[in-house]
Design a binder for this molecule. Structure first.
Ligand SMILES: C=C(O[C@@H]1C=C(C(=O)O)C=C[C@H]1O)C(=O)O
Length: 134
């Protein structure tokens, strides 16, 4: 098993939720990355998935917060200021790290991620507590 440390401080702010300082604090996220071939049972594989999903949720929450900053800083934020070229570049860069998913599947995933972030930013701007279905 290897650990990968993601330095969230490098991108400005935020941290794993549940840690001191909350999601707005700077921090690092250390993610256990077991090799798939080392997982021999369903329970082991599901435990690995649960750990990955917890990290993924933390990253998604932090990504949404950072994307919300962009919405406030851009001349035209929100869905009206959507930037398809930027989104394509994001997917192309991510595809380098996800060869088995590839750009088409990643584009579908990132479209959902980006839209959820824009919805959350709009809800926050409206002072609403209704964050994407909660
Ligand atoms: C965050 C931005 O606004 C929108 C959201 C994006 C995202 O969540 O990554 C990317 C492009 C825009 O559609 C931006 O323009 O960078």
């Amino acid at each position: 098993m290897t650990d990968q440390t993601i330095d969230t401080a490098a991108s400005g702010e935020a941290a794993p939720s549940g840690e001191a300082g909350g999601p707005a604090a700077a921090g690092r996220l250390t993610v256990p990355l077991p090799r798939p071939r080392d997982l021999a049972t369903v329970d082991d594989a599901r435990a690995a998935i649960d750990g990955i999903d917890a990290a993924l949720a933390t990253l998604l929450e932090h990504r949404a917060a950072v994307a919300g900053v962009v919405q406030r800083l851009k001349p035209v934020g929100g869905f009206a200021g959507r930037d398809p070229d930027r989104e394509r570049r994001i997917v192309a860069a991510m595809a380098e790290h996800a060869p088995s998913l590839g750009p088409e599947r990643l584009a579908r995933i990132m479209n959902a991620v980006i839209e959820a972030g824009l919805e959350a930013a709009a809800a926050a701007a409206a002072g609403s507590d209704d964050r994407a279905g909660r």
